[in-house]
Write a protein that binds this ligand. Structure first.
Ligand SMILES: [Zn+2]
Length: 163
């Protein structure tokens, strides 16, 4: 056990002592480690906050929703269209005539997701695939009588909608 002179009072203090037993001056090593520890905690909290703020998907603003709805309504089959967002989840609903085939309903759903992706920050990938994104999609194509024609979902990591 080595002894060093206290910087405050000059008395001998063990290097392992947390503070000088004569005057109570805290050991330098101890305060240095404590400062590093505090700095690490502050950095950790800072990055935790930054990551938390960044993890949520951006909010689809009313204008983007309106543009996507107007675009999908250009298809003559679309009676009504709606988009609702809850965190990362985007719920897309299309109302079509009762005689719409399952294949046609899926195509319309695919196109609606593509339109939302191209208008939002959830950029589409070129080609046939809808591509990975920042939102989770739930797609529902209904008749006016609220009867379901098709129901689909796409998680962020998926390339396509699962119908
Ligand atoms: Zn001292």
């Amino acid at each position: 056990m080595a002894l060093i002179a206290c910087k405050e009072c000059g008395e001998n203090v063990s290097t392992k002592a947390k503070a000088c037993p004569h005057c109570g001056n805290p050991a330098k090593k101890e305060t240095f480690l404590r400062d590093i520890f505090l700095a690490l905690i502050i950095i950790f909290i800072f990055f935790s906050v930054v990551i938390t703020l960044r993890s949520g998907a951006p909010l689809l603003d009313g204008n983007t929703k309106k543009m996507a709805i107007n675009k999908i309504k250009q298809y003559p089959e679309i009676i009504e269209a709606a988009i609702t967002q809850k965190g990362d989840d985007l719920s897309l609903v299309l109302i079509v005539p009762a005689n719409t085939s399952i294949k046609k309903a899926r195509d319309l759903g695919d196109n609606f997701v593509r339109m939302v992706k191209s208008l939002s920050e959830d950029a589409p990938e070129p080609g046939k695939k809808i591509g990975k994104g920042i939102y989770r999609y739930l797609i529902r194509v209904n008749t006016k009588q609220e009867e379901k024609i098709v129901l689909g979902a796409k998680v962020q990591t998926a390339e396509n909608i699962t119908w």
